[in-house]
Design a protein around this ligand. Structure first.
Ligand SMILES: [Zn+2]
Length: 537
């Protein structure tokens, strides 16, 4: 998600063009609040666990696993949690790499989630300010999803220690966003009742800033759907008139959709890849599959565009005398985040503040921004941005299936500062910082905020009550959550098996071994920060 730099946001405000809705509830002018009592103790406990935080960040980075294939990640994280007294369920919702970890008893039930999957072809050496794949063509953490579970686990263990000592009631649940890049599991978790009885979901996601939002989030929701056409094979040269090409149907469908775009609302986003376009040119393709993401700002508009896509597919089948079937691969509701929890969390962000970056961290960030030809060479952020209040004008962009969770239980997404501004999303440049001190410090700051917010929920029943009051009286009266998936839609757990089996052995050579090396950078022999490519002219 692209954000306005601080200066640009200020200029907009001064120009009399309010970028954000007015909100009298937000006071950010006074001196920052201080953490005290158990929250201050939790922050100290988080600091004491920095080594664990770093090991989790670095380990997940080194596993480089794609969606639905996060098995090393599952093994590693559930082992840590099991060793710390959590009860683990594996394979939840029929998803082999998924898991659910629970500790404690009674109310409140606080569920911490964060995504764990990587991005195809984004393998990248960390700590160097230029392009250098670890394994050429392999997946990597070109989104930064290797860091969120480190935040959650560190915070959970710190809070658990305090709860045990103080005899505080409450249940901590940890869960992974499996295959978030395919937006393909959280709606299934919600459908299967995984959030029943949960009082609040605190979700965490990497960013280059520390922030939280409430109300409708920037970005879209979506339906992810595959259309498979069935035709008749024939010799491409000998008797092509006997063939009915499924690939022709895919191409005609895509052409029709690309014409249609002009008459869709400008905030929609839609894109496709051809998953199967046939086998070889001299065989008329009897099967072909195209995979679409249909994104819009509201659930109604997503449904409307999905219906248009469906008719387009049927039209393409008719034109080619093929038949068509469809399969839902993923779904994400437009996100709506909880205001009372967001305001409380933002207070904790002000109390914790941004990490203290070293000169090396800043030199690394600036060199990276220069390499990326960023608009501004700003280095790493040192100040908080204002809380992300709802935008007056909806803004399009990506989706996250945390949206489905946010319509089942009061939810916020905490963004923590483990990455560098100026990167491109879903790209190797988003991996470059993700196993460096930038990622480690950002995760530690995030864990302090998360732990403090968990303790707010545990110690203050009125916050839980306010969160549900907002959910019931302000969020849900005007909109009913009707999931995009049905009871019969199955998770697409076969996705990425092929890519992972192609690369796993080579990636294994790079798995981080914390018993031998203090950090992953040390294991890789990288003298951080490496600002210039020694092989470049
Ligand atoms: Zn993400």
């Amino acid at each position: 998600m692209k954000r306005l730099p601080a200066l640009a946001a200020l200029l907009l405000l001064f120009a009399g063009l309010p970028a954000f809705a007015q909100d009298e509830a937000i006071d950010v002018d006074g001196p920052p609040p201080q953490l005290s009592g158990l929250q201050a103790e939790a922050a100290l406990a988080v600091s004491d666990k920095q080594k664990l935080t770093q090991e989790i960040v670095d380990s997940l980075f080194s596993f480089s696993e794609l969606g639905f294939q996060e098995f090393e990640t599952q093994r590693y994280l559930t082992e840590i949690l099991e060793d710390n007294g959590f009860t683990i369920e594996r394979g939840v919702s029929g998803i082999p790499s998924a898991w659910w970890a629970t500790w404690g008893s009674g109310k409140p039930v606080i569920a911490l989630g964060s995504d764990v999957d990587g991005i195809p072809k984004s393998s990248q050496m960390p700590g160097v300010a230029y392009r250098q794949p670890m394994v050429d063509g392999a997946p990597g953490h070109g989104e930064g999803h290797n860091s969120g579970q480190a935040v959650n686990i560190t915070a959970a263990l710190a809070v658990k220690e305090i709860m045990e000592r103080e005899n505080l009631p409450g249940t901590i649940v940890l869960w992974p966003g499996i295959a978030e890049e395919l937006v393909a599991t959280k709606a299934w978790f919600a459908r299967d009742g995984r959030y029943d009885g949960v009082d609040a979901v605190l979700f965490t996601h990497v960013d280059d800033e520390m922030n939280v939002s409430y109300g409708q989030a920037t970005g879209t929701g979506l339906v992810s759907v595959e259309y498979t056409f069935d035709g008749v094979a024939a010799h491409g040269a000998g008797d092509p008139w006997k063939g009915k090409s499924a690939l022709d149907a895919v191409e005609l469908m895509n052409i029709a959709w690309n014409y249609r775009r002009e008459h869709l609302h400008p905030l929609q986003r839609s894109h496709y890849v051809i998953v199967d376009g046939g086998d070889q040119p001299n065989v008329v393709p009897s099967k072909a599959t195209v995979w679409y993401f249909i994104r819009e700002m509201t659930a109604d508009n997503i449904r409307e565009n999905f219906a248009k896509l469906q008719r387009t597919a049927e039209g393409a089948a008719m034109m080619t005398d093929t038949t068509v079937s469809r399969r839902i691969v993923g779904a994400a509701y437009p996100r709506h985040f909880n205001k009372p929890i967001a305001l409380k969390m933002y207070d904790n962000m002000r109390a914790v503040g941004m990490p203290e970056w070293s000169e090396d961290d800043q030199a690394f960030a600036r060199a990276f921004q220069e390499f990326m030809e960023a608009d501004e060479i700003t280095g790493l952020r040192t100040e908080l941005e204002p809380i992300a209040a709802p935008l007056e004008e909806p803004k399009s962009g990506g989706s996250d299936d945390i949206g489905d969770v946010s319509w089942n239980v009061p939810t916020v997404t905490m963004r923590f500062p483990s990455n560098i501004e100026g990167r491109t999303g879903h790209h190797w440049s988003s991996a470059i910082a993700m196993a460096t001190p930038v990622a480690h410090k950002g995760a530690t700051a995030g864990a302090k905020v998360l732990a403090a917010t968990m303790l707010d929920l545990i110690q203050d029943q009125s916050l839980v009550d306010d969160a549900w009051k907002y959910f019931r009286e302000e969020q849900t009266p005007n909109e009913t959550y009707v999931p995009f998936i049905s009871d019969s839609d199955e998770p697409a757990t076969e996705k990425n098996i092929g890519i992972m089996s192609e690369y796993k052995d080579r990636l294994k050579e790079y798995y981080y071994d914390p018993s031998k090396y203090d950090t992953y950078l040390e294991q890789l022999g990288i003298d951080y920060p490496q600002l210039k490519d020694p092989d470049a002219e």
